[in-house]
Ligand binder design. Structure first.
Ligand code: ATP
Length: 229
């Protein structure tokens, strides 16, 4: 079956500096795939090539069978990829409700479902996004991406900088999404949390895929070698 997302031997540069040296990954429809690796190994850059925020120079990037090589980023979003970027980036002056509605596209995800997923947002609908806590902003960023009714949700640093209790709320939301059959590509630092939520993992080292497989096969030796844990 054609994977929903397929990257093969992807290379990419920031100007003259090569950042990706051969990223290969496949994500099936309905799957949760963890993209892992130490700091600076190319996770965010890989996501940038998928969203066409950065063009790849070699290899192949396909979404639902469509070659993304020449596609501008606004068209990729319309193909059905919803990004929750590192650092969240909500529209600060806009209210929670406005942040959600500007993103809305037809589909099963609407404001009511997002409030059921993250009840904290319900009470803050009229509040400017910039006045939310970090965890609430992350919930809003996920909600906003879901409002586009994406076929693939991409979560970059899903719980970075959040208090443990808030992280658990985010992971509970992701678990719900997974149970609802949402395809997700997720980056996070916490191996234990990813192992509990993801079907499979891909590990990057210096801009290249060095390991991929089921979490059951991710031995402490592999985790130690590539993730330093
Ligand atoms: P982190 O976990 O720290 O976010 P990462 O795995 O997401 O790391 P990237 O941010 O993709 O890693 O960085 C991969 C490499 O590309 C690093 O060497 C980084 O310094 C470099 N890089 C990232 N962004 C740029 C940029 N805008 N210009 C030049 N080099 C960059």
């Amino acid at each position: 079956m054609t994977p929903l997302l397929h990257l093969r031997d992807v290379t990419a540069f920031y100007g003259p500096v090569q950042a990706l040296f051969g990223v290969t990954l496949n994500l099936a429809e309905g799957e949760v795939l963890a993209l892992m690796g130490r700091n600076g190994m190319g996770k965010t850059t890989t996501i940038a090539t998928v969203l066409r925020l950065l063009a790849h120079s070699g290899g192949e990037v396909r979404f639902a069978g469509v070659d993304l090589h020449a596609m501008p980023s606004h068209r990729v979003a319309r193909l059905g990829i919803g990004l929750v970027p590192e650092g969240r980036r909500c529209f600060g002056p806009l209210s929670v409700a406005e942040n959600l509605t500007v993103a809305a596209r037809p589909g099963p995800w609407d404001m009511a479902r997002i409030c059921a997923l993250f009840p904290r947002l319900q009470d803050r609908m009229a509040q400017p996004a910039k006045t939310l806590s970090g965890g609430e902003q992350q919930m809003l960023a996920i909600g906003r991406a879901l409002m586009t009714n994406p076929r693939l949700l991409v979560l970059d640093e899903a719980t970075e900088g959040l208090a443990p209790i808030v992280r658990q709320e985010i992971w509970a939301g992701v678990r719900h999404l997974r149970a609802a059959g949402q395809s997700i590509l997720v980056v996070d630092k916490s191996l234990a949390e990813l192992a509990a939520i993801a079907d499979r993992a891909v590990i990057l080292e210096r801009g290249a895929t060095v390991w991929s497989g089921n979490f059951a096969d991710l031995t402490p030796q592999i985790a130690n070698r590539y993730l330093g844990v």
